[in-house]
Design a protein around this ligand. Structure first.
Ligand SMILES: [Zn+2]
Length: 82
């Protein structure tokens, strides 16, 4: 059960499902649920990279990925920001 914000730098805990946002993602062929608290959900989205690793993506990048219709891995996104 999800109990803490998936952002490792955040200590907020889940009390009510109406707070924040739940992400249901398939990681290595298994469905997992991740929660971003109300504060973090305005800054990040949760993604799974092509190696099956869960990562936080800044919301602006996540929106760009969703609109582009294809997936960029974390390394490529970091290069594009340099
Ligand atoms: Zn948080």
């Amino acid at each position: 059960m999800v109990s803490k914000c998936v952002n490792p730098e955040c200590d907020n805990t889940l009390h009510y499902l109406r707070d924040g946002k739940i992400f249901s993602l398939i990681v290595k062929k298994t469905l997992h649920h991740f929660w971003l608290c109300e504060e973090c959900r305005h800054a990040y989205v949760v993604k799974v990279d092509d190696r099956g690793q869960v990562e936080l993506v800044p919301l602006a990048e996540g929106a760009a990925i969703a609109q582009s219709g294809y997936f960029l891995n974390r390394r490529r996104m970091d290069k594009s920001l340099v």
